[in-house]
Design a protein. Structure first.
Length: 182
C-alpha cells in the first residue's frame, strides 16, 4: 500500500478520518452484494479511493515533505513499471531509462526511502509471478521460463533456486495440493 513497504504502519485516526474510511468500507460492502457486469469496475474504483485515502492519511501523519513526495512518486512509478514490464525487462537500467534517471540515482533514492534496491524489487516481482504460475497453472517449468523472458530453463532454474532456496520441482511438489487448474 505504501510504496511496497513490508512494514506494518499503524496510525491513530481522527474521528473524521475514521468516519471517512468507514463510509468507504460501507460502500464497498454494498457494492459487493451487487451482481452485474459493472461490479468489478466499481469495486476497483472504490478500492482505489480507499488506497488513496489511506495514503493521504499516512502522508499527513508521517509529515512527508514535498522533497520526499517527489522521491516516493518515483518509487511508486518504478513499482508500476516493474509490474508492467517484468517479463521482458530485468535490468535496473531498463527502468532507469523509462524514468529518465540513472541506475545509481534510483539506487540512492530507494535507499533514502528505506525500500529494497531496484534490482531486488524486479527479482521479487519475477519470483512472485514464477510462484503463481507454478502453483496455479499446469505449465511446465520450461513454459514458465519462456513466459517470464528467461533465455533458457537453466537460467530460470538458477534464478528460482537463488531467490527461494528451492528447486522449481521441489517448490511445486511441496506447495501444490490440487491448486493447479487445467
Amino acid at each position: 500500500l505504501f510504496h511496497g513497504s513490508s512494514q506494518v504502519m499503524k496510525l491513530k485516526l481522527s474521528p473524521e478520518q475514521s468516519a471517512n474510511l468507514n463510509d468507504i468500507i460501507r460502500i464497498f460492502r454494498q457494492e459487493s452484494a451487487v451482481r452485474d457486469n459493472l461490479q468489478e469496475e466499481m469495486l476497483r474504483i472504490i478500492l482505489k479511493r480507499f488506497i488513496i485515502t489511506c495514503t493521504r492519511i499516512a502522508r499527513e501523519k508521517c509529515g512527508v515533505t514535498p522533497e520526499q513526495e517527489k522521491a516516493f512518486d518515483i518509487v511508486r512509478r518504478f513499482y508500476i513499471l516493474v509490474d508492467q514490464h517484468f517479463r521482458e525487462k530485468k535490468q535496473v537500467q531498463d527502468y532507469a531509462d523509462l524514468l529518465f534517471r540513472s541506475p545509481k540515482t534510483l539506487s540512492n533514492l530507494f535507499a533514502s526511502c528505506g525500500v529494497p534496491s531496484p534490482l531486488r524489487i524486479i527479482h521479487e516481482r519475477v519470483e512472485a509471478e514464477a510462484k503463481r504460475l507454478l502453483l496455479y497453472t499446469p505449465k511446465s517449468a520450461k513454459e514458465i521460463s519462456e513466459l517470464l523472458g528467461f533465455e533458457d530453463l537453466s537460467t530460470f532454474s538458477r534464478f528460482f533456486k537463488k531467490m527461494t532456496g528451492e528447486s522449481v520441482s521441489d517448490f511445486r511438489k511441496l506447495n501444490t495440493t490440487g491448486n493447479i487448474a487445467n
